[in-house]
Design a protein around this ligand. Structure first.
Ligand SMILES: [Zn+2]
Ligand SMILES: [Zn+2]
Length: 288
């Protein structure tokens, strides 16, 4: 696809202006729920608009059993898609032996690149905390056994989550802290171990100066870009639902601006990080 100075119409009617530099990019949306009903309904539009915005790869993240299975099916049908499988802390009460057996089988699938999203969410507390801890620890052990990295969801629980991860660190091949919202000292603990920080729409929000400070200070090799679509649309589309993977380009622009970097260089570096984080055998080809 060529697209010098083309404008792509998003589902909400806003236009992404495509500069020629964006066409040379090959961004990866490292955390997107194309397995969610609200995105599945328009998946060919979502991926086409993303491709036109320079986004050539998608890590589709599972949050329960059905979404994990849908992610694998999507990845089987599209070389630009990889899948992760796991049970989100909101769904922690669904954790049982049958769920463990299913996930363990899927973890061996060649297109499954991580266990996740898993972790602790003490902000919404939609599951009892003991159930969250049980599901989290069991899935960390599963990841270690399957030799897969983990995608971590964490909200208002950075001390607890980092302590649990640090206790498992030696057996885990990698850790991705998606939608990072911790404090500077938490970020330092993560990058001291070579873990990755997923940076999404929040970096564009007015009240997120502390996150922007972390993004400015982060070692370049730890940064990943993500939308978490259908959630968390970045400014200037904040509050618009659903978010979509094309908008990872807006996040790339913001992160590049914060780091005083060229957008194309930032895209190349974060894509290389994604390929390393998820050990992708063949990162997507440049969009041309
Ligand atoms: Zn999450
Ligand atoms: Zn998510």
């Amino acid at each position: 696809m060529s697209g010098q100075h083309t404008a792509v119409q998003a589902s909400d009617g806003s236009a992404f202006s495509q500069r020629s530099t964006l066409n040379a990019q090959r961004l990866i949306d490292t955390h997107v729920h194309l397995n969610h009903d609200d995105l599945l309904a328009d998946i060919s539009g979502m991926t086409a608009r993303a491709q036109a915005a320079g986004v050539g790869g998608f890590v589709v993240v599972g949050y329960d059993l059905p979404s994990s299975e849908r992610g694998i099916h999507l990845a089987e049908g599209d070389a630009r898609i990889w899948a992760t499988v796991g049970i989100h802390p909101h769904e922690a009460e669904a954790w049982d032996e049958a769920a463990a057996a299913k996930l363990k089988g899927w973890a061996a699938h060649p297109r499954v690149v991580a266990i996740g999203e898993i972790g602790l969410d003490f902000y919404r507390d939609l599951s009892p905390r003991p159930a969250q801890h049980t599901a989290f620890a069991a899935q960390l052990e599963m990841a270690a056994e399957a030799d897969l990295p983990v995608v971590i969801h964490c909200c208002d629980a950075y001390e607890e989550t980092l302590s649990v991860l640090e206790a498992h660190a030696d057996s885990l091949p990698g850790v991705i802290l998606h939608c990072f919202q911790g404090e500077h000292r938490h970020a330092e603990r993560a990058w001291a171990r070579g873990w990755f920080l997923g940076i999404g729409g929040a970096v564009t929000f007015k009240n997120q100066e502390a996150l922007r400070e972390i993004v400015r200070a982060a070692p370049p090799e730890c940064l990943l870009l993500e939308t978490d679509a259908p959630y968390l649309s970045p400014v200037p589309l904040r509050g618009k639902y659903p978010n979509e993977p094309a908008r990872v380009a807006l996040i790339a622009e913001k992160v590049a601006e914060l780091r005083g970097s060229d957008v194309a260089a930032l895209a190349a570096a974060t894509t290389e990080n994604a390929a390393r984080a998820f050990r992708m055998a063949s990162p997507p080809c440049p969009v041309s």
